[in-house]
Design a protein around this ligand. Structure first.
Ligand code: HEM
Length: 108
């Protein structure tokens, strides 16, 4: 479900840059390193109908066990909580952007 979305937007040779950016992002979130200075929302608004409820549910369903697998337990919980908040805020912003009713959106 998610592979084609990423594959359609990130060229084969652009993956190292994308992954380095994601490392900067999570380093800033978990370690307060300040390494990430980007704006996370715009690329997700640009996903249009590709970023629907099912896609966010799937993203979180993959993220939660992965975080528990690769991080110490407390850090994993912190990463999961942050991902859940961010997914929620993306979904609200996407709904507003699309002119949909954002008041009915509940955390996944
Ligand atoms: C359905 C779920 C999601 C999809 C399909 C998705 C897809 C993408 C894609 C395709 C990009 C690359 C954009 C580009 O470089 O052209 C991206 C960037 C990014 N995503 Fe997501 N994403 C999802 C959820 C999330 C969540 C929940 C988070 C945060 C916890 C997140 C954080 C980021 C960040 C930080 C970037 C880099 C933005 C930048 O500085 O350019 N994404 N995402």
């Amino acid at each position: 479900m998610l592979g084609p979305i990423f594959g359609g937007r990130i060229a084969e040779d652009a993956w190292p840059v994308h992954l380095a950016r994601m490392c900067d992002f999570w380093s800033s979130v978990l370690l307060k390193s300040g390494r990430y200075e980007g704006r996370p929302l715009p690329p997700h608004l640009a996903l249009g109908s590709d970023a629907g409820e099912a896609q966010f549910a799937r993203w979180l369903a993959l993220f939660r066990p992965t975080a528990l697998e690769v991080l110490p337990p407390a850090a994993a919980q912190q990463a999961i909580a942050h991902a859940e908040r961010m997914a929620h805020s993306f979904r609200i912003s996407i709904a507003i952007h699309n002119g949909d009713d954002a008041t009915r959106i509940r955390p996944i």
